[in-house]
Design a protein around this ligand. Structure first.
Ligand code: SAM
Length: 279
């Protein structure tokens, strides 16, 4: 039992022999990974039927994560706490960070057992990075975790990555409170890297969105909660937004290599992103 809201899955239709779908393994499927099971594939396919852009959005989200991590290493941030890190894929945080800073510290945190075991396997022999299983909804336990304390020095700047994870926390006050708790443990010069789905300027028809949310609600233990911009802004309370502020996914410091299919309609990403600095 990893605490709040993660022990039960509300889909009685799952066969007893099948692992229920999880957000981590569905995301792995969107990205073309192999660490997913029939229930994940079924739920992910149902999502893709409703919103075929999800695959592209997932790829752009990874590209944003890379840009943000490279930005942080470029300004000297040497340690990263990646919450809701997911199943390893291309361009994992330690690969990006350690390419620039070979002894950069990275702790991956996820609630999904597959994500953690695959991460640990990938990190074998890497003394500067590890992965732990924990619930983002219990942020103090993450801060107090001895494995986190072993690698992360909270008296120095930390890159706090919360990329495509807070939309799995339903309640606004709880979600904002999670970031507040984490922020209070961070030293000046630390940064919050955020990506969050939204329903603003919806490109999906609202009925479609409702049905997509249904899939996560019924088939996983982590319902999907898109937030409007005005509910994304409070995550940055106490942080100073780094230029260009809160933007659509592909508009945050796009590199020359970003081929942006959403150039003319950036809201099609349905993701708000931003990086905030703790003064
Ligand atoms: N951060 C990675 C990225 O952006 O590429 C992965 C994002 S994936 C869409 C969301 C991840 O958040 C999944 O791996 C899922 O298991 C994890 N997650 C969802 N709810 C969580 C919770 N309460 N605690 C920890 N991880 C959680």
């Amino acid at each position: 039992n990893l605490g709040k809201g993660v022990t039960s899955v509300g889909n009685g239709a799952q066969g007893a022999h099948q692992k229920p779908a999880t957000a981590a393994r569905m995301y792995d499927y969107y990205l073309g990974g192999i660490h997913n099971f029939p229930a994940d594939q079924e739920a992910a396919k149902a999502m893709l039927e409703r919103s075929p852009l999800i695959r592209t959005i997932a790829r752009y989200n990874r590209a944003y994560l890379s840009r943000a991590v490279r930005y942080l290493t470029s300004i000297g941030v040497r340690q990263f706490l990646d919450l809701g890190s997911g199943i390893p894929t291309e361009g994992n945080v330690h690969e990006i960070a350690q390419a620039d800073i070979p002894d950069a510290r990275v702790v991956y945190v996820d609630i999904d057992p597959e994500a953690v075991s695959e991460s640990l396997e990938m990190l074998a022999g890497n003394q500067y990075a590890t992965a732990i299983r924990a619930n983002v909804r219990e942020p103090q336990a993450i801060l107090d975790n001895p494995q986190v304390g072993k690698l992360i020095d909270f008296s120095q700047p930390v890159g706090l990555l919360m990329v495509a994870v807070l939309h799995f926390v339903e309640d606004n006050d709880e979600a904002w409170g999670i970031v507040r708790t984490l922020r209070s443990a961070l030293a000046p010069g630390s940064h919050l890297v955020l990506a969050h789905t939204t329903v603003d300027e919806l490109v999906f028809d609202p009925e479609l969105l409702k049905r997509s949310q249904e899939i996560y609600r019924r088939q996983t233990s982590t319902p999907l909660t898109p937030r409007k911009r005005s509910d994304v802004v409070p995550f940055f309370d106490g942080f100073e937004l780094v230029e260009p502020g809160i933007t659509w996914l592909n508009q945050w410091r796009p590199g020359p290599d970003l081929v942006d299919e959403f150039k003319d309609n950036p809201q099609m990403s349905s993701f708000y992103v931003g990086v905030g600095r703790l003064a």
